[in-house]
Unconditional design. Structure first.
Length: 381
């Protein structure tokens, strides 16, 4: 069974049902039932037109449910107009599903889950495993999201920026269980970039590719974090880096700079450096200045302080850091690193321990704890 094919066909099948009159929630349930049927039937009897087969079966599943549900008798007019079996229309309304799943009435977590289900074609179980929550919890979240968007019409233009933000959230979840969310986010973003004339779609795709190219080197065999400067650059995926750089250059050439393009430019400069010592930190600071102009984000300013510390020395980095709110996530970790670079091991060790206490993940906590212990051991000697 070709799972990739099934998942790629899912959004197109779903949009056909919605166009025929099914509401989103009922259509999505019918498509999921058709996918289950495909898994059962196709290995022994593969269809010549997989998409048409799925449309026919999903539509019949929807009609069966519509006829059986007394509360939905008003749909009988739709049921009486069942199209004749045959090849499914060639049009692709996948883009509308992106907009629907990123509807502003949904919370970010619900938008991500619905995107993975409706556009990505993942099962509720797969999404639940990826987010490390019970399947019943994820089922309720997706069900509420479907009810929320069921009344939304397909005749309004969507917001590409919102869709991109949802896909960025998917990518940042990484992976766990049997679903690689980072790879799934790249697949969906590549699909979106092919469908919209928007340089930030290309910028996000480039950013994902450049970050994903370093994935194999981000952790040691024991699961501990490996900082960028210590990663084995010979293990970075050079083909993926080349693709990311090519996508980024094409986007930048359009002279419509956005934050994802700027972030991708920073990632490209890291990828281009043969060694950590040869990183072009001066140009990275310039790109962070662009990001600050575009977003005025405190997190961007925090990352800029690190770059300033590398380009102009740790005291310049500490001066940039002093202008920021000390309650920012990872502020203490950045301050610790800059104080360590400046030779103040006592302050650095204290700040590493403080940062470890606030770390959002076990791996990051262990990494910061080891940094503090290493500095304390150096002071002891």
């Amino acid at each position: 069974m070709d799972e990739v094919l099934l998942r790629s066909l899912t959004p197109g099948v779903l949009t056909v049902l919605v166009r025929r009159g099914a509401d989103f929630a009922a259509a999505e349930d019918a498509v999921q039932e058709a996918l289950v049927e495909a898994v059962r039937v196709w290995p022994a009897d593969p269809p010549r037109d997989p998409r048409g087969w799925l449309v026919t079966v999903a539509w019949r599943k929807f009609l069966d449910q519509a006829r059986a549900d007394t509360a939905r008798r008003r749909r009988e007019d739709v049921a009486d107009r069942e199209p004749a079996p045959g090849p499914a229309p060639a049009g692709d309304d996948t883009l509308q599903l992106y907009f629907l799943c990123a509807h502003p009435s949904l919370s970010p977590s619900s938008a991500v889950a619905l995107t993975l289900r409706a556009v990505g074609g993942l099962t509720t179980r797969q999404i639940a495993h990826a987010y490390l929550v019970p399947e019943a919890t994820m089922a309720q979240r997706i069900s509420r999201a479907k009810r929320t968007v069921s009344g939304v019409r397909f005749d309004r233009p969507g917001d590409v920026a919102t869709v991109l933000r949802v896909l960025y959230l998917v990518f940042n979840e990484g992976y766990s269980g049997d679903v690689d969310l980072a790879a799934e986010a790249i697949r969906l973003t590549r699909q979106l970039a092919d469908r919209v004339d928007h340089p930030e779609a290309a910028g996000l795709l480039a950013l994902m590719l450049l970050h994903h190219a370093r994935r194999a080197t981000r952790t040691a065999p024991d699961g501990s974090l490996v900082p960028l400067a210590e990663q084995d650059r010979g293990r970075w995926d050079t083909a993926m880096i080349a693709e990311g750089v090519g996508v980024l250059q094409a986007a930048l050439a359009r002279d419509r700079l956005g934050e994802f393009q700027a972030q991708a430019a920073i990632a490209a400069l890291h990828a281009d450096a043969p060694t950590a010592e040869e990183t072009d930190w001066v140009q990275i600071v310039e790109w962070y200045d662009e990001l600050v102009r575009l977003t005025d984000s405190p997190v961007v300013r925090l990352n800029r302080a690190v770059a300033v510390g590398e380009a102009d020395g740790p005291r310049a980095g500490l001066a940039a850091l002093a202008a920021l709110d000390a309650s920012l996530p990872r502020y203490a970790a950045v301050a610790a690193y800059l104080h360590e670079r400046d030779g103040d091991l006592v302050t650095a060790a204290r700040l590493y321990a403080e940062a470890a206490h606030k770390a959002p993940s076990l791996a990051e906590r262990d990494h910061l704890t080891r940094r503090a212990a290493r500095l304390n051991a150096r002071r002891g000697h």
